[in-house]
Design a protein around this ligand. Structure first.
Ligand SMILES: [Zn+2]
Ligand SMILES: [Zn+2]
Length: 277
């Protein structure tokens, strides 16, 4: 895997690259813009130039706030479509190698099938209006309630509701979310089963990124509680399997573990060690 982490853009877009440099990351994930600030063309150009200088191999742009793409509330869904279109334009402007998105939830008065259809329509329209050529990666979520995309089956349904070839061209699998959704990744056997299932349901080349997070939540609890590697419930055996699979050697593996002093360096060192052990 091409390893790195999620870095904050609070101090500016280019400052996130400083974090990648300090920790020797080959991959980075950022939000498309700092809160309350729309980057202009000059800032985007400067970011792309700084990234080239750094030699960063993979850049993922994670959606900031598009919660209502599957909602039956038309005005809310329209706002989310417009918001997503703006983020997709920014992703291209930043030179992002992929944009990562959650499907969100369907409305209380609707069915999951309605939600899948509305989400697909919303993504199609946003990508069209942004002229976004992809790739757009759909991320699995902890599931539960009306949240779409907790299971591999549902991820496949969400993609298959869109025309073949786009705009969703692959998936980003989050280990803590998979665990919360009931996939036991705490052992080598569990991880192997999960990978085999992902290949069967999503397609052999469809997994285009990982979010590598341990978790303090219980298996199948549908709760999100990202935690430091080796200190949570997932442990290291299952992670090692993911890190050492040859088909994942050229895709980004991004840590979204808690940001305590020194924690990023420690988590990265642990994961890098497992990748080659
Ligand atoms: Zn996410
Ligand atoms: Zn994630």
């Amino acid at each position: 895997m091409i390893l790195g982490l999620h870095a904050s853009v609070r101090r500016g877009l280019t400052a996130s690259l400083d974090e990648a440099r300090a920790l020797n990351c080959d991959a980075l994930q950022i939000l498309p813009y700092p809160r309350g600030h729309a980057p202009g063309a000059e800032e985007l150009t400067a970011f792309r130039a700084a990234r080239r200088t750094l030699g960063l191999r993979r850049l993922l742009v994670h959606s900031r706030f598009v919660p209502s793409l599957a909602s039956s509330d038309e005005p809310r869904r329209q706002r989310s479509v417009a918001h997503l279109a703006r983020e997709l334009v920014l992703c291209a402007g930043l030179g992002g190698d992929a944009y990562v998105l959650h499907a969100g939830a369907y409305s209380p008065d609707a069915s999951p099938q309605d939600g899948v259809r509305l989400f697909a329509d919303a993504v199609r329209r946003a990508a069209l209006s942004a002229g976004f050529a992809g790739p757009l990666l759909l991320e699995n979520v902890p599931g539960g309630g009306r949240r779409l995309g907790g299971t591999l089956e549902e991820l496949a349904r969400l993609r298959d509701a869109l025309p073949p070839g786009g705009p969703i061209t692959g998936f980003c699998l989050d280990t803590a979310h998979a665990w919360a959704a009931g996939y036991d990744l705490s052992s080598a056997e569990g991880s192997l089963r999960f990978v085999a299932r992902a290949h069967r349901l999503l397609g052999a080349d469809a997994v285009r990124a990982f979010h590598l997070n341990d978790s303090r939540a219980l298996l199948g609890s549908h709760r999100e509680h990202h935690w430091h590697w080796g200190q949570g419930r997932l442990g290291l055996e299952g992670l090692k399997v993911l890190l050492q699979r040859s088909e994942f050697s050229e895709i980004p593996g991004i840590l979204e573990t808690p940001k305590e002093p020194g924690a990023d360096a420690a988590n990265l060192a642990l994961v890098r060690g497992l990748a080659v052990s």
